[in-house]
Write a protein that binds this ligand. Structure first.
Ligand SMILES: C[S@@+](CC[C@H](N)C(=O)[O-])C[C@H]1O[C@@H](n2cnc3c(N)ncnc32)[C@H](O)[C@@H]1O
Length: 260
């Protein structure tokens, strides 16, 4: 399904916008967490990436030795691009276009579920968060692990930027994205309006505006959500810094939770 049209427009420009994102480093970090908290050979470890976008973490994990990989995203366009990327990169990864909320339609079970780049923040109601955690619990094998990162409310409210500009260029294509963010401190929500201009061979080809709605979490909320859906937290750290303690200033926090 894809009633989430915003991500379908965004998908066309996603890989260009994030061409410098360190997917390899992040996937090595995910691998280190898996090696530490799941006692299983990589090759035999099944892994599902929920809200996988264009599949970049999965391709890196495959290059790193994982062989039983799947991904799913609410956006059909993201999945279309993931399938195109797969032709160039992958031996075999299965992609689905199910949302978090509908991920229970995936019939397989997994040793690991991941959800990266703050995708869990796109769940803005308790009903959606609860359904998602219920689904992830069902999707995991006994003692399987769920790895994700999220926006930390303490840092978001202290240090968010109301306006940010990102420019990316590749060959004769350029994208300029202006992000305007407003917070609602009562409902713990961030509204991010993206205005994007896409330029190719010095010609303005496409302009689009889309608005993303996110919920930022506080740790006590994450702890309660996980505990009440049958998970035990094994690890918490700043994203990409597994040995460091979490401070209120950390924008991105990563969690490893085990199905109990
Ligand atoms: C910031 S991107 C992260 C994509 C990918 N994990 C990455 O690291 O590049 C957020 C992704 O969440 C997806 N998404 C948003 N809401 C979703 C939902 N309810 N269920 C599944 N995917 C969702 C979007 O389509 C988008 O691909």
């Amino acid at each position: 399904m894809s009633d989430n049209f915003q991500f379908d427009v965004y998908a066309a420009f996603y890989d260009l916008l994030y061409k410098d994102k360190d997917y390899k480093g992040e996937s090595d970090y995910i691998d280190t967490l898996i090696q530490k908290f799941l006692n299983k050979e990589k090759r035999k470890t099944s892994l599902l990436d929920l809200a996988c976008g264009t599949g970049k973490h999965l391709f890196e994990l495959e290059a790193n030795g994982y062989a039983m990989l799947s991904g799913s995203d609410i956006s059909k366009s993201m999945i279309e691009i993931a399938n195109k990327n797969k032709k160039a990169n992958s031996k075999d990864i299965t992609f689905y276009d199910y949302s978090f909320q509908e991920s229970n339609k995936i019939s397989q079970k997994f040793d690991v579920v991941i959800s990266m780049f703050s995708a869990m923040n796109y769940l803005t109601s308790y009903a959606d968060q609860s359904k998602t955690l219920f689904n992830i619990h069902t999707l995991l094998n006994h003692e399987g692990i769920f790895i994700f990162d999220y926006w930390n409310g303490c840092a978001v409210t202290e240090s968010y930027s109301p306006v940010k500009v990102l420019k990316k260029k590749q060959d004769d294509a350029e994208i300029i994205r202006i992000s305007e963010t407003t917070l609602d401190l009562i409902s713990q929500s961030a509204t991010v309006k993206f205005t994007c201009n896409f330029i190719k061979s010095n010609q303005r080809l496409a302009d689009f505006v889309e608005t993303h709605y996110l919920h930022y979490y506080y740790f006590s909320e994450i702890r309660n959500l996980l505990a009440s859906h049958g998970f035990e937290i094994l690890h918490i750290s700043p994203f990409m810094h597994m040995e460091k303690p979490v401070t209120p200033q950390e924008w991105n926090i990563s969690i490893v939770a085990k199905k109990i």
